[in-house]
Design a protein around this ligand. Structure first.
Ligand code: OGA
Ligand code: NI
Length: 329
């Protein structure tokens, strides 16, 4: 998978043009790339993995006290088997934890009960609750900045001004998710998944993975799954459904999944940047079909995210997977 050096960003014009071209090609072909030199300090990356392991090592009954299903804004602990993308077998072999932006309890989004925009939960049983909270919030802030920068690059790949997504990014929904994938049992069913084949819901996802491996991306030309080999410290960037719709399918929101057959515990930390919940996504200028039409009707970000969340965590009627690629999974 293409690895781009984001240190070029904002410096000299020729290097920036190279970066924009590389990112455009990756968005057209795969909807996935990796970035290095992104400015997120290595010690913060290590710290968040440490805090994540510390939490997941707690006894189950302590973790389940924080079940996100019981939280008005769906923040907190994600139980084992609670998500089921492929809906073929039992739920997925992973547990997680969701954090939203650090909003004051008087913020209108908190007051209005917007999805993933409530008061964050911080478990008191971790070794150092203060460091835990500080690490999560510091990381969330840096990732918000990085996601905004990635969107500026994406705006340039579409010949839009660097600041084009300013309104879209303002007060964006942004979820930090800690994930823990235990190794699957030796006699596990062929349908066992760490996370089933899916596309992400928002605009961009920035994923930090440890060195265990198990993430795979779908390759349409060969109709096969390709391993995303871990690159230490890099972010795997992928486009979500919102960006695919926004760009009228110019860019791909690709299928991916995790199967942990390594025999080792795997930890990963995706950050999902969806866009301002009230923003209405309609075809970007220059992305229309040849006849000037757009494939999708406008959609409000919050409605889209809520629908896909409901569809994958509950048996409720959310919006269906939009990618026809899903049929192969
Ligand atoms: C996700 C996801 C991959 C990983 O959370 O949407 O695809 O490596 N995670 O954990
Ligand atoms: Ni994903």
């Amino acid at each position: 998978m293409l690895i781009v050096d984001a240190a070029f960003y904002g410096k000299d014009a020729a290097a920036k043009a190279v970066l924009v071209k590389q990112v455009r090609d990756a968005c057209l072909a795969k909807g996935f790339f990796q970035i290095v030199n992104h400015g997120v300090p290595e010690d913060l990356q290590q710290a968040i993995f440490e805090q994540s392991k510390d939490f997941f090592a707690l006894p189950m009954e302590q973790k389940e006290k924080y079940d996100k299903a019981c939280h008005p804004n769906k923040l907190g602990y994600e139980r084992f088997r609670s998500q089921n993308f492929e809906k073929k077998a039992v739920g997925e072999l992973k547990e997680g934890f969701f954090f939203g932006p650090n909003l004051h309890k008087d913020h209108p989004f908190v007051q209005q009960g917007r999805i993933h925009c409530g008061t964050n939960i911080y478990p008191s049983e971790v070794s150092d609750p203060e460091i835990f909270e500080k690490t999560m919030m510091q990381y969330h802030q840096l990732m918000t900045k990085l996601a905004t920068n990635v969107l500026s690059i994406i705006a340039m790949t579409l010949n839009l001004g660097e600041e084009y997504f300013g309104k879209f990014c303002h007060d964006s929904g942004a979820v930090l998710r800690l994930l823990h994938y235990p190794p699957q049992a030796a006699d596990a069913s062929e349908e066992e998944r760490g996370i089933g084949a899916h596309t992400d819901f928002g605009s961009v996802t920035l994923l930090l993975q440890d060195d265990v491996g198990g993430l795979q991306v779908f390759d349409k030309p060969t109709m096969s799954w390709i391993d995303v080999k871990p690159t230490p410290g890099a972010y795997v960037v992928n486009l979500g459904n919102v960006m695919m719709r926004y760009s009228n399918d110019t860019y791909i929101s690709n299928l991916h999944r995790v199967i942990n057959k390594t025999g080792r515990e795997r930890y990963s930390i995706p950050f999902f940047f969806s866009g301002n919940p009230d923003f209405v996504v309609d075809c970007l200028p220059g992305c229309e079909d040849a006849d000037g039409k757009c494939k999708y009707p406008p959609v409000r970000i919050e409605d889209w995210i809520f629908g896909r969340h409901t569809n994958t965590f509950e048996e409720g009627k959310g919006v269906e997977e939009l990618s026809s690629l899903a049929k192969v999974a």
